[in-house]
Design a protein around this ligand. Structure first.
Ligand code: F6R
Length: 240
């Protein structure tokens, strides 16, 4: 895995965007896998800046998001659907027909989503990482051969995400539809971004620990094209 250490959160966004804009420019009809949460926001800001300056174009771009809460209305302010429109899609010229958000509760719907992802083939997958080492919502203990399915969120994830729900864990959805680890691993290229002290141990376990379901992100050690971009706080324990 290639590791890029940056000083600030903004620098992480800029470094990730360099990889993104190279993809958008070299393959105008590329397929992007996208993440939500706090970490990718600086990246999405940079992507919007590039679009505004005419450097990139989203006419032919296809996107698949990693995950979405179950039983949350699409237009709920904290749905990942709302997040993506607010933070990226409303600001670029992407064709809405090319946007794919996981939105189901049955295994059949999950299988259909998985098949679309696999058929299209993700060129560049953006990942964050949970402080418990999850990628997507593949929580510790997830089988590395997992595909898209409904998952129960770990207590630590519900706690971490309560910041978006008035700090009230009872308001956080308890389940999500998530791409599986095998689905993510099928991406041609992956950029994982991590910022802040709370990600330090997970980043260290991902890079230096054994490949073990205890830290789902550790499977990325087996992928041939992963770039990990961290700020100083998240990267402090990196020693290789
Ligand atoms: C979000 C996702 C999650 C987040 C992770 C980190 O689509 O798949 O794995 O990337 O929970 O979230 P933040 O960035 O909010 O710390």
């Amino acid at each position: 895995m290639k590791i890029i250490k940056c000083n600030t959160i903004e620098d992480v966004g800029i470094a990730a965007n360099e990889i993104m804009s190279e993809m958008l420019q070299s393959k105008p009809n590329c397929v992007l896998g996208l993440a939500t949460g706090s970490t990718p926001i600086p990246l999405y800001r940079e992507m919007i800046k590039d679009f505004d300056s005419g450097k990139t174009d989203y006419k032919g771009v296809v996107t698949f998001n990693l995950d979405e809460y179950v039983n949350i209305p699409t237009d709920h302010p904290e749905s990942y659907n709302s997040f993506m429109f607010q933070n990226l899609f409303n600001h670029v010229n992407i064709n809405e027909d090319n946007i794919h958000m996981p939105n189901g509760i049955t295994q059949e719907e999950c299988d259909e989503y998985d098949k679309s992802v696999m058929d299209c083939g993700i060129d560049l997958q953006v990942l964050g990482i949970g402080s418990n080492g999850h990628i997507g919502f593949n929580e510790p203990g997830t089988d590395f051969s997992s595909t898209t399915r409904i998952v129960d969120l770990a207590a630590s994830t519900i706690e971490a995400n309560s910041r978006f729900f008035n700090n009230d864990t009872s308001l956080v959805p308890k389940q999500a539809m998530s791409m599986g680890i095998a689905t993510i691993m099928n991406s041609k290229k992956i950029v994982l971004i991590a910022t802040g002290r709370s990600k330090r141990d997970a980043v260290n376990a991902m890079l230096n620990g054994p490949i073990d379901a205890v830290c789902p992100a550790s499977i990325l050690q087996k992928h041939s094209n992963v770039i990990v971009i961290v700020d100083q706080e998240a990267g402090e324990n990196i020693n290789k």
